[in-house]
Design a protein around this ligand. Structure first.
Ligand SMILES: Cc1cc2nc3c(=O)[nH]c(=O)nc-3n(C[C@H](O)[C@H](O)[C@H](O)COP(=O)(O)O)c2cc1C
Length: 192
């Protein structure tokens, strides 16, 4: 049996990309605040490989307060129609400016302007204020490329544990747990 969790992740992710009707790259991101309050929200996986799992967000958002370098986080993928879940625990680091710039440049112009317009997690008096700010940014960058806002960028989660859960008949589900050790990944099977 392979002890490379990334090969197994690739195989399951590829299948999900092909079969899930919506947001197959959506994952729950759980963080913990300085006063130990957990919180969870969905984000989109935008890059992955043996060096980790990358998502992008506003670096002044509520979640960003919890995402200081080295902070512990958890990710969860759930693909309902495949009846599979992947659970990841690890620590987080900022993605590089070059990596964040490169990804930002691939975004639709609307999304690029939205990143400038949004003070994520900050209360707004009215939706109209948000829309006015979007129009302001549209005018500001008219006729040129939209640069990455300084408050927006990527984070990479380096996994320490990855658990693959597969639905099986009679609720005898199967869990394969991979744990990072100094010598590489170790694997164990768990039962429900
Ligand atoms: C399917 C889905 C995907 C999302 N993807 C992202 C994302 O990639 N980045 C992001 O900042 N917010 C994303 N959001 C919005 C977040 O869930 C969240 O509302 C927002 O980031 C603010 O979270 P915070 O207040 O904990 O910082 C997504 C929401 C959904 C439902």
């Amino acid at each position: 049996m392979s002890t490379d969790p990334f090969a197994l992740f690739d195989a399951w992710y590829r299948e999900a990309r092909e079969t899930e009707p919506n947001d197959s790259n959506a994952m729950a991101l759980a963080t913990v605040s300085a006063d130990l309050q957990p919180s969870v929200r969905m984000v989109l996986l935008k890059g992955h490989g043996p060096d980790g799992f990358v998502f992008y967000t506003n670096r002044e958002s509520r979640k960003a307060q919890d995402l200081h370098p080295g902070a512990r986080v958890a990710l969860l993928f759930h693909w309902k129609s495949l009846r599979r879940q992947i659970r990841i625990e690890g620590s987080v680091a900022l993605a590089s400016d070059a990596e964040s710039d490169a990804y930002f440049a691939t975004r639709a112009r609307d999304s690029q302007l939205g990143a400038w317009a949004s003070d994520q997690s900050q209360p707004l008096d009215a939706r109209a204020t948000f829309e006015a700010r979007y129009e302001e940014m549209r005018a500001r960058f008219e006729g040129g490329d939209v640069p990455r806002p300084p408050h927006w960028g990527g984070y990479r989660v380096t996994p320490a544990r990855i658990e693959f859960w597969q639905d099986r008949a009679h609720r005898l589900h199967e869990r394969r747990l991979f744990v990072r050790t100094p010598g590489g990944w170790a694997e164990g099977l768990l039962y429900p």
